[in-house]
Design a protein. Structure first.
Length: 118
């Protein structure tokens, strides 16, 4: 699964957002940023709260840590992980304007949605 987990550290993650996340075979597509209209990162995970926590705390080396992408500004649930991976792959090919429109449609103030997960 793309964007999943990290090797260089284990974190105590906050509670899972989706009530049945441990039973689900689906996944989340999400967008992280460093500021409104800043650098964007699109990822996919089966545990959004844990993954967002890892990004926020800089626990995984890579693009999000390098650019300080700690704000969760958009996310979407898919019942099947394959559908989530397909959506992530598709969105990564989008022009920036399309990604920005997706964020603005659900989160026009570019609020950090991480607090909604706990």
């Amino acid at each position: 699964m793309t964007g999943e987990g990290c090797i260089n550290g284990l974190a105590v993650a906050p509670p899972l957002f989706h009530p049945d996340a441990m039973k689900q075979k689906g996944g989340w597509v999400y967008i992280m940023t460093n500021r409104p209209n800043g650098t964007l990162y699109i990822g996919v995970t089966s545990d959004l709260a844990r993954r967002a926590y890892e990004h926020r705390e800089g626990l995984c080396a890579g693009f999000t840590r390098k650019y300080g992408l700690k704000q969760l500004v958009w996310y979407e649930w898919h019942d099947e992980i394959a559908a989530a991976i397909h959506r992530e792959t598709s969105m990564k090919r989008w022009y920036r304007a399309y990604k920005t429109r997706a964020i603005m449609a659900r989160n026009p103030d570019w609020r950090d949605l991480y607090e909604e997960l706990a």
